[in-house]
Design a protein around this ligand. Structure first.
Ligand code: PMP
Length: 434
């Protein structure tokens, strides 16, 4: 099928609510490491990786090789039957996750992983209420939509027992303060919300160490320690949603939350864990996991092909020291983005950690008025120029960069050249139409 036919059938046979990027959606056909090709054979440098998903490159043979062998051996068991691939993966996860996280429950998506985490915290603590953060994205199931703190992703949301606190968004501080003189006052909002909007005892708090869909909002270093202590004071479990930040992407550590020395009671992951193959992970400390009331089952949970892929991904990250690569190449990417900011005043903020970096775009760096139209135009122009990047943020004015974790500095140089070209054309057009 050609591009027009795929897009026509997409319109006719797929739910229209399913979001697609670009005015003219982009049907993709084939990928190889940091590159992806559309159905017309045009090549793109992929600096979004699905949605922060293809952590070790498209069709990486060190992942697809073991998967192919497993497909011919055994493809499916369900969680009813233990299998070596699932327990080997769970053992590895227990070794590399922070603190006493030890017991895993495998499902098929980040939404399911977070659903499982919330159920687990509620059963473990005997409490109902969950605290989430504004600008969070937690998934597309009923409960995870309600945990989400961005209205556009919360359509038809009926859950009770979920409250939202301010997020640590320093560029647009919800309290109008400036770090560090603010004393991280936003963390105190967690306590204020618990005291005002819950029964006074909570089941837990769920938070992304760096908010992904929210626009790579990166907290000040004290924030999560303070948040964790408040959660504990009110009887809750702390859940780190590492769906975007996990497996080394933020540099140096395996998980985002480790940068701030917080040991979560529950951690969730998905996306890049199996390099794009469907997986959801909920891992908890033994006493928290043991509190989950069974029996329960996940038909696709612990699927042998997926588990082999995930194990191969973790082994590869370890063998190639990709955590260090994310720190080193991520710092270089950051440098080049700051260079771009010097050149284009539309870039109000550069933020993120490791190979998870974002640009927040504003009409005026002083007023910080969001620039969603320019952001959309930049996304389109980057595609034209052969670079795929992501978009996000409450105001649709953030460009997100999350390339595979095994890229080199030369890939950053290529992305920089394409971004520079993109910004030059789009900002020149903006001035013309202004
Ligand atoms: N948590 C976070 C932080 C996410 O970014 C996402 C997906 N964007 C999810 C959960 C939900 O994952 P999935 O789409 O696999 O259900």
């Amino acid at each position: 099928m050609d591009r027009q036919e795929i897009n026509r059938k997409q319109k006719q046979f797929i739910f229209p609510a399913v979001a697609t990027y670009f005015r003219d959606p982009l049907p993709l056909e084939r990928g190889e490491m940091q590159y992806i090709w559309d159905v017309e054979g045009k090549r793109y440098l992929d600096f979004f990786g699905g949605i922060v998903t293809v952590g070790v490159g498209h069709a990486n043979p060190r992942v697809t090789g073991p998967m192919k062998a497993q497909i011919d051996k055994l493809q499916h068991t369900s969680t009813l039957y233990p299998n070596e691939t699932a327990v080997a993966l769970a053992e590895k996860i227990a070794q590399i996750t922070p603190g006493r996280l030890e017991k895993s429950f495998f499902t098929s998506s980040g939404s399911e992983a977070n659903e499982t985490a919330i159920d687990t915290a509620r059963q473990h603590t005997g409490n109902l209420e969950i605290l989430a953060l504004r600008h969070a994205y937690s998934g597309r199931s009923s409960m995870t939509r309600a945990l989400t703190g961005i209205s556009s992703w919360r359509k038809v949301s009926y859950q009770i027992g979920i409250v939202h606190a301010m997020n640590p968004y320093c560029y647009r501080c919800p309290l109008g303060k400036t770090y560090p003189s603010c004393d991280v006052a936003c963390a105190q909002d967690i306590e204020a919300v618990i005291q005002s909007s819950t029964s006074g005892s909570i089941a837990g708090m769920i938070a992304e160490p760096i908010q992904g869909v929210g626009g790579f909002i990166t907290p000040p270093k004290e924030y999560f320690k303070l948040a964790f202590n408040i959660v504990k004071q009110y009887g809750g479990d702390f859940i780190a949603d590492e769906v975007q930040t996990g497996w080394g992407r933020t540099g140096k550590t395996w998980f985002g939350i480790e940068h701030w020395e917080v040991e979560p009671d529950i951690l969730t992951a998905a996306k890049s864990l199996a390099n794009g193959h469907p997986i959801g992970l909920t891992v908890a400390t033994p006493e928290v996991a043991d509190a989950y009331k069974g029996p329960t089952i996940a038909t696709f949970g612990g699927n042998p092909v997926t588990c082999v892929a995930a194990k191969a991904v973790i082994d590869l990250i370890e063998e190639d020291d990709l955590r260090t690569n994310c720190a080193v190449v991520g710092a270089y990417l950051r440098e080049r983005l700051l260079e771009l900011q010097q050149k284009y005043p539309i870039i109000g903020d550069v933020r993120g950690m490791g190979l998870m970096q974002a640009l927040e775009l504003v009409k005026d760096p002083k007023t910080k008025e969001p620039a969603p139209e320019a952001t959309a135009a930049l996304l389109e122009a980057a595609r034209e120029n052969g670079l795929l990047i992501g978009k996000g943020g409450m105001y649709n004015n953030v460009l997100r960069l999350s390339p595979p974790m095994n890229i080199a500095k030369s890939d950053v140089d290529e992305a920089f050249r394409l971004l520079d070209k993109t910004f030059a054309t789009v900002t020149a057009n903006l001035h013309h139409t202004a």
